[in-house]
Every structure is written in structure tokens, then in C-alpha cells.
Design a protein around this ligand. Structure first.
Ligand code: HEM
Length: 446
């Protein structure tokens, strides 16, 4: 148990992967399983229950962790009673593929083009195994595989290796994973000293959230409490197209870096434009005490950090505090981005045909007002910043008419004809249950 600010989180019951940051650097793998036989599925859950890491453990052994989550179809395959299935959030029940139109997963990103079996009824269990060390990772994967032995009714149907570089940079070259909300009772300090820790119920079910209410929780309580929803997305990144686009719009390498930074809201090193608007500052970028210590209200027009930059859209911080139109705290989430595929070597502007990108995981108690809201209202749309025709310059669903405004004096600059740089390759809405809930699932006798 941990009580830091009034709330006592049952850390021994919450899966560590849902709450705590990952080691850096790390290697990992995601495994997706299908449960063809209910009894075998329950035996699998019984075995996984023994090897998942509770958040209460001081540190995971050897910096290795295993997290397990289930899709709606997975819970169904385990025999969770219908009344209980019906008590989950509607978006979770529908699944991510069914939400494609809402999410802007259309055209090249539409579920018809997703990597199979992602987005189908076949995906039941998602397991993430991560470690700071390749040897330990192999040992942990071995453990996960052992949990599958002699269970012919459980099938490994997809896997994806992933990693985080020591620099924290992902395929477009930017350091990621800097800004995270802190959660009351988790014992972890906020990365942004101006942001009070979120009420625990924003991330973990069974506790009051920012509205002061208990978030809707699946029943029975033993299944819902201490669980969290997990959004999984595999995103292909068109790195060569992104670099080539910047090359055609910039007169020098310095200007390329500046335009890239304006799109993201941070320089590649992670240094925020809000603190270092004119040039990169790698020391600032790598300093965890300073690299997230900023707000936006002092820059309402976006001269330092454009209001349409990715990270400012995704978390406008105090930018709307004056007019009160947005309560940012209702749209925060835990974010874990990780790289897959080899990095495109520096300087290469032609596509080498190799699949590379980011596997994103978002954790939170409210799929709709957290992940879906941010994706649809803030990244895919520009109404909230007074630019209805502009979507996120880096990750938005662009077409020929897409542009990006960079406020500057004497006249603003407008980047035109932004091609899409990110393509959805698949995704799932999952539920990461508590350890007690895992036991309950394993013991179902329906
Ligand atoms: C391939 C796609 C994406 C890339 C390359 C990307 C990259 C980045 C980078 C470089 C940052 C700045 C580092 C940081 O502040 O930690 C960032 C921040 C963030 N991104 Fe993304 N992102 C992507 C997709 C998304 C999506 C789909 C969402 C949500 C629906 C999202 C939500 C966020 C949030 C909430 C932040 C933190 C903003 C803050 O608190 O300042 N990102 N992203």
C-alpha cells in the first residue's frame, strides 16, 4: 500500500506495467494470443498471475517486467459472464477497429490494411515483456512461453519486438517519453513540477477521478478494481518522406531542425521550444529536472511553440486556463512509446522499404475522454486552436490540403501540402486487470 496524498493505492494488486515507467534503455516484445479453449485459457491466466509484476514491488527483478491485458473477445473467451462483459466501457466492447472512422483510421490506416490478426476477433490476450538487458529479456520471454506449454487451446498469433534507445529517440529522431502525468498515491514525482499529480481514478479503476466521482467500473468489483484500460497501437512512420518534406521546405540543415522542432514542440534532443525557442539545447533536453518544467500561457500566440505543434496539442497545459474552455486534467494519460524496426540511417532521404515506427501504449481509466478525445479533438482536428483545417503536423491524417501554421514575426509561415507521415498498422483496446482479478479470471467456472 502507498499513501502519499490522501489516497491509498493498492500497489500490490496493480500491475506495475500499467503504472510505472520503463527502464531506459530497454528491449522488449509484445505477444498476442488467441484462446481457443476456455479451460486452457484459464490455466494460462493462472500461470501468468504468478509471473506478472505488481506495482508494489520496489523494483522489478533485473529491471524485467511482464504485463498482461485482455481484449473484450479475450474476456469472452475466458467465459466472463455477459452481465459483466456488458459493464465494460462501450469503446472497449466495440474494439479499436470498430472505432476506426471516429479515430481517423481511414485510407491507408483503415483496419482493412492492418497487419493481421490485429483488429480482429482473434486477438484475446496481449502480453508485454520488457527488460533493460537482452539476456534477461530472453529469460522472461522463455517464462512467458513456458506459461503456454501443453496448452493446445492457446495459440501465439502475433508478436512484435521493440526497443528504446539510450537516447530515448524514436524513428523521426525525437526524444520521446519525457512528459508523463504523475498519479496520486503512486509514489512517483511529476515530470512537470507545475502539474499536480492526477487523481488516481484517472488511471486506475476503483478510486475517485478528477471529477470527484468513481469512474464507471466493470463488475464484479473484484474484476474491475485496480485495473486499467490499455490502448495499443502499432504506428508505421514514413521517416524518409518526413525528412524529404523538411528538406524541400528549408534552406539549411538548421532550418530543417527548426521546422521539425516547430512541428513537435520540442527539439530532437527533447529540449522544449517553450524554454529554448531559437536553438536546440541538448543539455536541457537530457535534464529530467528541467526538460518538462514549462507552461504555455506566456506564449498565447505560439511564437515560441506553435499552438498546433504535436506536444502542445496533446497537452496544452495552462494554455486554456484563462478562458476555461478546456480542463486539460480530464485528458491526460500514461504514455509508453517504443520503437520497432531499425532506425533509418542519418541523412538518408529515400525510403528503404523497411517497416519502422512506434508501438504506442496508453493507459487510463477512460478510453473515450482520454485517448479518443486527444486523438480526435486535439490531434485530428484544429477547431480548439482556431485552425479548423489543420491537424497535427506530425501525426495527423493529412491529405493534399493539409497545412501547418508557424506563428512568427513579421508574418506567420505556413507549411503546405503536408503528406501523411504516420500510418496505423493495427491496434487493440485492452484491459489490464489487477492481480486479484487475474486470480478471479483463472477460477471462473462458467
Ligand atoms: C507516430 C506517432 C507519434 C509520434 C512520433 C509522437 C512523438 C511525440 C514526441 C516526440 C513527443 C514529445 C516528447 C514528450 O513530451 O514526452 C510527444 C508527446 C506527446 N504525445 Fe506523441 N507522438 C505520436 C503519437 C501520439 C498519439 C497518437 C497521441 C495521443 C493520442 C500522442 C500523445 C502525446 C502526448 C499526450 C504527449 C505529451 C505532451 C506533453 O505532456 O507535453 N502522441 N509525442
Amino acid at each position: 500500500m502507498a499513501a502519499t496524498t490522501g489516497v491509498t493505492l493498492e500497489l500490490d494488486d496493480i500491475q506495475a506495467g500499467a503504472l510505472y515507467e520503463r527502464p531506459s534503455p530497454y528491449v522488449g516484445t509484445y505477444l498476442m494470443l488467441r484462446i481457443a479453449d476456455r479451460a486452457d485459457g484459464r490455466e494460462l491466466v493462472r500461470r501468468l498471475h504468478r509471473i506478472v509484476n505488481p506495482a508494489g514491488a520496489a523494483d522489478t527483478p533485473d529491471n524485467t517486467s511482464l504485463t498482461v491485458a485482455f481484449t473484450y473477445h479475450g474476456l469472452k473467451a475466458l467465459g466472463v459472464p455477459q452481465a459483466s462483459l456488458d459493464s465494460f466501457a462501450p469503446e472497449f466492447r466495440q474494439g479499436m477497429a470498430a472505432r476506426a472512422d471516429v479515430l481517423g483510421d481511414v485510407g491507408e490506416s483503415a483496419p482493412d490494411h492492418w497487419e493481421k490478426p490485429l483488429g480482429t476477433d482473434e486477438v484475446h490476450v496481449a502480453i508485454a515483456v520488457l527488460s533493460s538487458d537482452e539476456e534477461q529479456l530472453q529469460a522472461a520471454i522463455e517464462k512467458a512461453h513456458r506459461a503456454l506449454t501443453e496448452l493446445p487451446g492457446v495459440e501465439l498469433i502475433w508478436h512484435q519486438d521493440c526497443y528504446q534507445l539510450a537516447t530515448g529517440r524514436t524513428s523521426f529522431g525525437f526524444k520521446d517519453g519525457i512528459s508523463q502525468p504523475a498519479v496520486e498515491g503512486s509514489g512517483r514525482r511529476p515530470t512537470n513540477p507545475h502539474e499536480r499529480p492526477l487523481k488516481a481514478g484517472e488511471i486506475v479503476l476503483g478510486y475517485p477521478d478528477e471529477t470527484g466521482e468513481l469512474p464507471p467500473m466493470p463488475t464484479p468489483e473484484v474484476l474491475g478494481r485496480n485495473g486499467t484500460y490499455v490502448v495499443f497501437r502499432k504506428l508505421h512512420t514514413k521517416v524518409a518522406a518526413y525528412r524529404a518534406y523538411l528538406r524541400t521546405r528549408a534552406a539549411s540543415r538548421e532550418e530543417e531542425n527548426l521546422l521539425g522542432a516547430k512541428m513537435v514542440g520540442r527539439w530532437q534532443s527533447g529540449a522544449p521550444l517553450a524554454l529554448s525557442p531559437d536553438q536546440d539545447d541538448p543539455e536541457l533536453g537530457s535534464d529530467p529536472l528541467r526538460n518538462n518544467d514549462f507552461l504555455f500561457a506566456d506564449d498565447p500566440r505560439g511564437f515560441k511553440c506553435p499552438v498546433g505543434a504535436h506536444a502542445r496539442r496533446a497537452n496544452p497545459r495552462d494554455a486554456f486556463d484563462q478562458d476555461g474552455s478546456v480542463d486539460v486534467r480530464l485528458h491526460r494519460m500514461i504514455r509508453r512509446g517504443t520503437s520497432y524496426g531499425p532506425m533509418l540511417p542519418d541523412g538518408v532521404l529515400e525510403d528503404d522499404g523497411i517497416d519502422r515506427g512506434i508501438v504506442f501504449v496508453f493507459a487510463g481509466a477512460h478510453i473515450k475522454r482520454q485517448f479518443e478525445f486527444v486523438k480526435t479533438q486535439w490531434l485530428n482536428d484544429g477547431i480548439f486552436i482556431g485552425a479548423p483545417l489543420e491537424s497535427d503536423p506530425l501525426v495527423g491524417p493529412h491529405d493534399e490540403s493539409s497545412g501547418f501554421t508557424i506563428p512568427q514575426r513579421p508574418i506567420r509561415r505556413r507549411l503546405q501540402n503536408l503528406p501523411p507521415f504516420v500510418v496505423t498498422r493495427g491496434g487493440e483496446y485492452c484491459f489490464a486487470p489487477s492481480l486479484r482479478a487475474l486470480r478471479w479470471l483463472a477460477e471462473l467456472d462458467t
